[in-house]
Design a protein around this ligand. Structure first.
Ligand SMILES: O=C(O)COP(=O)(O)O
Ligand SMILES: [Mg+2]
Length: 218
């Protein structure tokens, strides 16, 4: 029997994959085209987690550019898709742990604020696309995390309920989304959004997940 909470919904950027170098490359290629100076990777990491429009708003502010997000977005997405899988890596233990959970009859989904096209490209590049039965990207619905709708949609596609589900993420956005949706969140300490949210005690590496899930039942 799988554990009580066996519908597992994962965040992508900063949780399953280290995608910040690719996102930074896309940002900085776009800035170069606009004649602006690059933004450091460490700063860009702090801008990831609320989706690409918010990322762009923060980048434009950091670079003191007055062009609007709406005007620059189509061009940024060209760079975003071009660079999406150049350097991306899975965090240690991710592929093995996901397969282990799947073998233990868990249903796995992704609920990310990353745009859908790049999400599928990253999952395929990491060789983990077939373990997920539901993938909801940041542009899939009118709402995005921390609003609960994309999380509820992922749970529904997985055939779960709020009683069977857990969100696994790396940021205050994931935490707030899980709270709004009415399910527990497990937050890793290694991601991008750690300035405003505490990591889940005992969850220091992705490979801890099966043990942390078992403890949720007790
Ligand atoms: O694209 C983003 O801003 C973040 O994506 P995430 O929801 O997978 O962390
Ligand atoms: Mg994230």
């Amino acid at each position: 029997m799988p554990q009580k909470r066996h519908t597992l919904v994962f965040d992508l950027d900063g949780t399953l994959v280290d995608s910040a170098p690719d996102i930074a490359a896309a940002v900085n290629q776009m800035l170069a085209e606009l004649g602006a100076a690059p933004v450091e990777l460490s700063r860009i990491k702090q801008m990831i987690g609320d989706g690409t429009p918010k990322l762009m708003e923060r980048v434009l502010a950091a670079a003191s550019l007055t062009i609007t997000v709406a005007d620059i977005m189509p061009r940024f997405m060209v760079f975003y898709d071009r660079y999406a899988t150049r350097q991306v890596t899975l965090y240690p233990g991710v592929a093995e742990t996901l397969r282990r959970l799947k073998a233990a009859s868990c249903r796995l989904g992704v609920c990310t604020n990353k745009p859908t096209k790049a999400t599928h490209a990253v999952l395929a590049a990491g060789g983990i696309d077939e373990v997920f039965e539901a993938v909801i990207g940041g542009d899939a619905l009118p709402q995005r995390k921390p609003q609960p709708e994309p999380l509820w949609a992922t749970i529904k596609q997985l055939g779960g309920t709020t009683e069977t589900s857990v969100m696994i993420g790396d940021s205050a956005v994931d935490f707030a989304c899980a709270q709004a949706a009415g399910i527990p969140a497990l937050i890793l300490p290694s991601g991008y959004g750690m300035a405003e949210v505490a990591a889940t005690p005992g969850f220091t590496r992705f490979a801890d997940l099966p043990d942390v899930l078992r403890q949720l039942d007790t």
